[in-house]
Design a protein around this ligand. Structure first.
Ligand code: GDP
Ligand code: MG
Length: 160
């Protein structure tokens, strides 16, 4: 067993995280960013953005057939969102765990939705559900050149 080989096979992933309009209106932006920062992931993209209807529809295109789709598009475009790209080994699944279940009443205490929201239609945050969707969504929400590559000073204190 060679732990250094296992470590070198671990995939650096990217995920698209978005504070939805309710999270911005409720003043939860700092709290939400802080949870990902404290965990130890790397912020590579960040902006406040008023989402046009077409972009919201493209982002949620897999849900087009759902009865709540029009309400979802209205919700996401109802005010500015905070768009973020986060990078790290295992960041996609870990972010989903930090976020919690889609229905905030079912989400565990300690998760973002479990601590900060009460209804699916106002669940304050989005997170990509796979590394492939992470890449797709970052490309969708950010212009080329917007995300930044950098090395955090704390890097050697987070991973051996
Ligand atoms: P997520 O990956 O946990 O965000 O959940 P989904 O991908 O299943 O759904 C995307 C988003 O659509 C959710 O975060 C909610 O904002 C919204 N949504 C999902 N299901 C419902 C629903 O039954 N009613 C309403 N109003 N919104 C929903
Ligand atoms: Mg989803």
């Amino acid at each position: 067993f060679l732990p250094h080989l296992v470590a070198s096979m671990e995939q650096v992933e990217e995920t698209y995280i978005m504070v939805k309009p309710d999270g911005v209106q409720r003043g939860l932006v700092g709290e939400i960013i802080s949870r990902f920062e404290k965990k130890g992931f790397k912020l590579t993209g960040l902006k406040l953005f008023q989402c046009p209807k077409e972009l919201a529809e493209e982002h949620y295109k897999d849900l087009k057939a759902k009865s709540f789709f029009p309400k979802l598009i209205e919700y996401i475009t109802s005010g500015p969102v905070v768009c973020m790209a986060w990078e790290g080994v295992g960041v996609v699944l870990s972010a989903r765990k930090l976020i919690g279940s889609t229905d905030p009443l079912q989400a565990d205490p300690g998760t973002i939705r479990g601590d900060l929201a009460v209804q699916t239609g106002r669940n304050v945050i989005h997170g990509s559900d796979s590394p492939e969707n992470g890449k797709r969504e970052i490309a969708l929400w950010f212009k080329e050149g917007e995300p930044c590559q950098w090395t955090p000073a704390q890097a050697p204190w987070l991973r051996e």
